[in-house]
Design a protein around this ligand. Structure first.
Ligand SMILES: [Zn+2]
Length: 431
């Protein structure tokens, strides 16, 4: 054994997992009591509820008096009194390895002045914040130049080394040469790339295989850039890949059992992504009636990431404030047409210290009912992840991913920015 390793072992004789608070000795039995329950699926709020948690799963749900007889001796009672309990929240668009990039300079600074290990350390703080804010699962949509560090963060969480949400990762994401930062530097310099640069179908086939090899659960690519408002008022864009390239990307990903997320903001990018058969559209500011109808027909999910647009628009200026307006209109139409809208925030595009639950208020303001907004971050989001069997609702047999808020989130959706209790897989992280 290397001397340094031995020294470390002597300094830290217990495993890191054992040192993390509240990660102790499963299986435990809990009875969670609360005044109200929103299960993530039903539109009806249940009252005077108790949830029995044994090990990492929910084993019974009922009225408090009903459940008393089913409760094994030794169960720990958690009385949340007047609170409302809900399924753990799910954010389907995050960047744990990014710490806000309002301007190009913010972005470049992170890639140029922070090592990947340092960025991974910052990511551990980000995932902890997410969990404490009630997010028990996230889909992380690319590492922005930090290679496969998302897989490492995911592994550390899964092994109990650090607290954080369940992670579904996409590793490096793809864009062709010259379309993604870092850009604008002297040709004499070899700059780091924010994505995996791919050109041509064969390059893409290899990149998909490589990303899957190193742990990608999803494949992400950038469908467009250079957004502009056309005379007809539509948000248009320059498309990054040829149809032949996208056919290969989606085909190869699907062949390997991975779904595909497309960054697509303008009409042209969304059109290209839908023609290629992607599974989710990210941002989608330029969605119009025709595109929304195609999304419904093709059963494609939309992660609108509203708050990040609002947040970065003043700093970026130019077309960005107009894009915020267009997305608001598109969102209202999408709700009416029944597009599958999944909660997705792009947190990391703004600082993790801004609670990612702020997105809810925008969804409701833009025309979604509070209950539908909650479902978009629970059952609908779990469906997008193909995880409905495991989480996304409070039901018998599901993983015990449960959060609570003091007030009524249906009366004031911003209650979800004040989560007071967090359980993930039967382990309490916040109480
Ligand atoms: Zn993003």
């Amino acid at each position: 054994m290397h001397r340094t390793t031995l020294a470390l072992l002597l300094l830290f004789p217990v495993s890191a997992a054992a040192q993390t608070p509240q990660q102790s000795t499963p299986p435990r039995t809990y009875v969670i009591r609360a005044a109200h329950l929103i299960d993530g699926k039903s539109d009806v709020v249940q009252n005077d509820v108790a949830v029995l948690v044994q090990g990492d799963r929910i084993t019974a749900i009922g009225r408090q008096s009903e459940l008393a007889s089913k409760t094994p001796s030794g169960a720990q009672i958690i009385d949340l009194a007047g609170a409302t309990i809900l399924p753990g929240l799910i954010d389907n668009h995050t960047h744990v390895l990014l710490q806000g990039d309002i301007t190009a300079a913010d972005y470049d600074e992170q890639l140029l002045k922070e090592s990947i290990p340092y960025r991974a350390i910052r990511a551990t703080a980000a995932v902890r914040l997410a969990l404490m804010n009630g997010f028990t699962a996230i889909r992380d949509l690319e590492t922005e130049g930090a290679m496969y560090a998302d897989v490492d963060v995911k592994t550390a969480i899964a092994r109990g080394v650090i607290p954080g949400p369940r992670m579904f990762v996409s590793t490096r994401a793809m864009a062709p040469t010259g379309t993604y930062p870092l850009l604008g530097y002297s040709w004499e310099l070899k700059m780091p790339e924010g994505v995996q640069i791919v050109d041509g179908p064969e390059d893409i086939r290899k990149a998909v295989r490589e990303e899957v090899k190193y742990g990608a659960d999803w494949i992400k690519f950038y469908a467009d850039r250079r957004y502009y408002i056309a005379p007809d008022g539509r948000l248009r864009s320059w498309v990054n890949f040829t149809d032949e390239e996208l056919k290969m990307l989606v085909g190869e990903a699907h062949r390997l059992g991975r779904k595909v997320a497309a960054h697509a903001m303008g009409w042209d990018g969304i059109d290209a992504a839908l023609r290629a058969g992607v599974n989710t559209i990210e941002h989608g500011d330029g969605l119009t009636d025709d595109l929304l109808d195609r999304m419904v027909a093709q059963k494609v999910y939309w992660c609108p990431t509203i708050f990040v647009g609002v947040y970065v628009a003043p700093g970026r200026g130019g077309i960005w404030p107009k894009m915020v307006d267009l997305e608001r209109i598109a969102f209202g139409k999408a709700v009416k047409k029944g597009v599958m809208i999944s909660y997705g925030t792009d947190v990391g595009g703004y600082a993790w210290t801004e609670n990612q639950a702020q997105e809810f208020a925008y969804m409701v303001r833009y025309g979604m009912s509070p209950m539908a907004a909650i479902k978009s971050a629970t059952s609908v989001a779990a469906q997008l992840l193909d995880q409905s069997e495991n989480f996304g609702s409070i039901e018998v047999g599901k993983l015990a991913d449960i959060v609570a808020v003091k007030g009524d989130p249906l009366a004031d959706i911003s209650e979800l920015t004040r989560v007071t209790f967090v359980m993930k897989g039967g382990v309490i992280y916040k109480q």
